[in-house]
Design a protein around this ligand. Structure first.
Ligand code: ATP
Ligand code: MG
Length: 266
């Protein structure tokens, strides 16, 4: 069957595949159900059956999603180490790394297709993030298809409803936070000490700045009217602490102090 109106897209995909000789690429194919995402990818695979190796994986609309379903599909195509690791139930990092190694194998460019990512389980979404961030180090092409008509919101409003959508549009908007719905004791907050430890372990706060934990915990413990103010005052607080209390550290370790004052308290 001939695909209608798809020649430009197929040519574009050809171009992206050719460009993988200088570094891997990612292509997202989005569109409503039945628009022809799979047909496009299938035709592309047919066109390159001789000059590229296609690894196909698909997500399914299962009630209990299969963890890493598409990766298992890919493993069946590749065999070898990836398949062995999958069969052994190996940890995710090893599986993801094995797939990445697989993409560097062989002379032909490789195309990984993950179909229907709108049904992806969480582990597969992690895999896509992992791959997406590393494709440029490979010579492969990752194609992800998904429906973009999921989650559409249609409001049906009865005419006698008060306030009407027009009234609401004229009203004041206030962003809610957690405490609008439940009280402080019922909300699982991370203890300041633990949040700071985590920021230090994850390298968001430099552990060798003097008294960094003490000061950061103290700043986290304070009350702030809202999140934006908290973020600003915590950042400024740390900066001031070193600028006024430890001017020598501030001068010599300016970058560490500044990065400690930006966004670590997320
Ligand atoms: N360009 C086209 N010209 C003619 N027929 C097409 C074209 N694209 C798709 N079709 C036909 O439309 C039908 C649906 O296409 P396809 O399965 O590729 O859609 P899809 O976007 O992958 O849908 P889904 O989101 O359900 O996976 C198929 O029968 C396919 O052969
Ligand atoms: Mg499809």
């Amino acid at each position: 069957m001939d695909l209608l109106e798809r020649a430009p897209l197929l040519d574009e995909l050809d171009g992206v595949l050719a460009a993988t000789t200088t570094g891997g690429r990612v292509v997202l194919v989005a569109g409503e159900a039945g628009i022809g995402k799979s047909a496009l990818v299938r035709r592309f695979a047919e066109r390159h059956s001789a000059d590229a190796r296609f690894l196909l994986g698909a997500c399914d609309p299962l009630l209990t999603p299969r963890a890493l379903g598409p990766l298992h599909d890919l493993g069946r195509h590749t065999g070898g180490r990836l398949a062995a690791l999958l069969a052994a139930g190996s940890p995710r990092e090893q599986l993801f790394a094995a797939l990445l190694d697989e993409l560097d194998r062989g002379a032909r460019p490789q195309v990984v297709v993950v179909e229907d990512a709108h049904w992806a389980d969480e582990a597969t979404l992690d895999l896509l993030v992992f791959l997406g961030r590393r494709m440029d180090r490979t010579r492969a092409l990752l194609i992800v298809t998904y429906r973009d008509d999921e989650g559409k919101l249609v409001d049906y409003v009865s005419e006698d409803v008060k306030p009407s959508p027009a009234d609401l549009a004229r009203g004041e908007t206030r962003k809610m936070d957690c405490l609008d719905c439940h009280n402080r004791p019922s909300h699982a907050f991370e203890l300041p000490e633990r949040a700071v430890d985590r920021a230090i372990t994850e390298g968001r706060l430099s552990r060798d700045l003097p008294f960094v934990k003490k000061k950061a915990v103290e700043l986290l413990r304070k009350e702030y009217p809202d999140r934006a103010t908290a973020e600003k005052q915590i950042a400024d607080g740390l900066l001031d602490f070193y600028r006024t209390g430890y001017p020598e550290v501030y001068r010599q370790r300016r970058a560490a102090v500044e990065s400690a004052s930006v966004g670590w308290a997320m």
